[in-house]
Design a protein around this ligand. Structure first.
Ligand SMILES: NC(=O)c1ccc[n+]([C@@H]2O[C@H](COP(=O)([O-])OP(=O)(O)OC[C@H]3O[C@@H](n4cnc5c(N)ncnc54)[C@H](O)[C@@H]3O)[C@@H](O)[C@H]2O)c1
Ligand SMILES: O=C(O)C1=N[C@H](C(=O)O)CCC1
Length: 246
């Protein structure tokens, strides 16, 4: 477990220890030597660290011949491409390795993103609001970025025009622009991880909302990914692929 001392890391360690078919062989956190992981005999590593280090961790795992399940956010097209290239060029000990990166392992979140992608083509307007605990270091959330990109792709495929917006001043209040979809980030004590996807047409609105009230909600998805990643060589992005929701 990489990031073992963190909020998610501690929860994943407990979930793995409670799973009869899995064994936790190493806990790794900031300042530890990577030999803790490389020499552990681990088949699969789970990374819930920080955006600044997660890509380097994945490259080190590939070199060590260990499959990777990654929940850490901050991934870009460029960093994902580098992982794909590394997997393709890897030596014999790393052949057939799988890397599964998912911005959200919660079933409610994965379903909300899937439903949003399906709905996107039917609405003139679309915006995303993500709401998280105030200890989160990145904004907008990886989940909101993934959601907005899926909405944007569906809108583009359907030939929709940009969402109407007459704003002339005060753009800072209109949220981040992710592929043309506005994303708003709320940070509030008491929250864990929540997302609302809003669609509008003249005279009607659709709101899709999901709430993770507790980090245990991510555990079935993480454990599923741990079991599945060994059967999926190459890079997989999004738990929706493992759940056959695509
Ligand atoms: N995919 C999902 O379902 C999901 C769910 C929750 C959180 N997340 C993401 O997971 C990440 C972690 O979230 P968190 O709430 O557990 O954060 P956290 O700050 O509680 O934990 C991060 C851990 O990483 C450790 N760390 C920092 N640098 C490191 C390094 N160089 N090597 C190893 N460990 C290092 C920290 O010491 C800390 O223990 C964030 O990016 C968050 O957005 C994703
Ligand atoms: O607690 C966090 O931080 C979370 N981050 C993910 C994101 O950025 O999408 C997923 C939910 C929890």
């Amino acid at each position: 477990m990489l990031g073992a001392a963190g909020r998610m890391g501690q929860t994943v360690c407990a979930a793995v220890e409670a799973a009869p078919d899995l064994e936790l062989v190493a806990r790794f956190d900031a300042g530890d030597d990577f030999s803790v992981v490389a020499g552990s005999g681990a088949h699969v590593a789970v990374d819930f660290t920080i955006p600044a280090v997660t890509e380097a961790n994945v490259h080190a795992l590939i070199d060590a011949g260990i499959h990777a399940v990654v929940g850490t956010t901050g991934w870009t097209d460029e960093s994902r491409t580098r992982v794909t290239e590394h997997l393709a060029q890897a030596g014999p000990a790393s052949q057939g390795l799988g890397v599964l990166i998912a911005p959200n392992f919660g079933l409610s979140a994965v379903l909300a993103m899937t439903f949003a992608a399906k709905a996107a083509r039917y609405f003139e307007s679309a915006e995303v609001i993500e709401l998280h605990h105030p200890d989160k270091v990145d904004a907008p959330s990886g989940t909101a970025r993934h959601t907005a990109r899926a909405i944007a792709a569906a809108r583009a495929e359907a030939g929709l025009a940009p969402s109407p917006d007459a704003t002339e001043s005060g753009f800072e209040a209109r949220g981040a622009d992710v592929d043309g979809v506005r994303v708003h980030a709320v940070r509030l004590r008491g929250l864990v991880a929540h997302e609302e996807i809003l669609f509008g047409n003249v005279g009607e609105q659709l709101i899709i909302r999901q709430d993770s009230f507790d980090r245990v909600s991510f555990m079935p998805g993480v454990l599923l990914a741990v079991r599945e990643v060994v059967t999926r060589p190459g890079l997989t992005v999004g738990l929706e692929n493992v759940l056959d929701l695509t």
